[in-house]
Design a protein around this ligand. Structure first.
Ligand SMILES: [Zn+2]
Length: 228
């Protein structure tokens, strides 16, 4: 679905099974995919990209809003189709994406367990193996305010994870929010507390997002909302 002159929202998966909404941004010379989903959905990505008139091989940038598996897992499969694509993330998030650090919420959960049962240990080993399997190098590390290309600005919004970014499309006033924002009852709300590393930071980041006075926002797990 075209949401601006240079932006398209994709829908992957079914509503009941938890659909998610990656975004494509094009400036003619570059094509960015914002968040890559799970590898199992690679074919659905290819179809959704083609439905908007592009080819997966045209992707020049895979931008990751943050480290979680439902955003990162599909990168390797996508890079097979678009070998020239560079991976972009915030500098604080990069070590979790490239595998030098364990997913922060998994590490936090392990730290809080105290004594681990055999079942816990097996579960942790499995999740560690999944994290290692999806690790990819980050080619471009951005900071708050960096323009990636065209009118697309990286906005650092820590909380859900420490190096979470949104992408603000300045010309259309669209905030691509990743998991830093959600839609609840037609309103913009902050990250889901169940899955958020630092909820107070997440709430402060929501205020930062609102400070941009976006015209529309895209929540990765909620889709599009018009705000003004
Ligand atoms: Zn997510």
């Amino acid at each position: 679905m075209r949401i601006a002159d240079n932006a398209y929202m994709l829908k992957i998966g079914q509503e009941e099974g938890g659909a998610y909404y990656p975004v494509l941004v094009s400036d003619g010379a570059n094509l960015a995919l914002i968040d890559a989903g799970y590898k199992e959905h690679n074919e659905a990505f290819v179809k959704a990209i083609e439905a908007e008139g592009f080819k997966a091989r045209d992707i020049t940038h895979i931008i990751l809003t943050h480290q979680d598996g439902d955003h990162v897992d599909g990168v390797k499969a996508m890079k097979k189709l678009a070998p020239g694509a560079v991976v972009v993330a915030h500098e604080e998030e990069a070590p979790y994406i490239d595998g030098s650090k364990l997913n922060i919420k998994l590490q936090d959960w392990i730290d809080k367990q105290g004594t681990l049962t055999d079942e816990d240990k097996a579960d942790i080993d499995e999740r560690k193996a999944e994290s290692a399997a999806r690790a990819v190098p980050v080619d471009i590390k951005v900071k708050d305010g960096n323009v990636i290309f065209g009118d697309m600005e990286a906005v650092h919004v820590p909380g859900h994870t420490p190096g979470h970014i949104c992408l603000y499309l300045r010309n259309s006033g669209i905030m691509v929010g990743g998991d830093a924002l959600n839609i609840d009852g037609g309103k913009l709300v902050g990250p889901n507390p169940v899955y958020t590393y630092d909820q107070a930071q997440g709430a402060a980041s929501l205020e930062k997002i609102k400070g941009y006075n976006p015209k529309m926002a895209v929540a990765y797990h909620g889709g599009l909302i018009t705000l003004r």
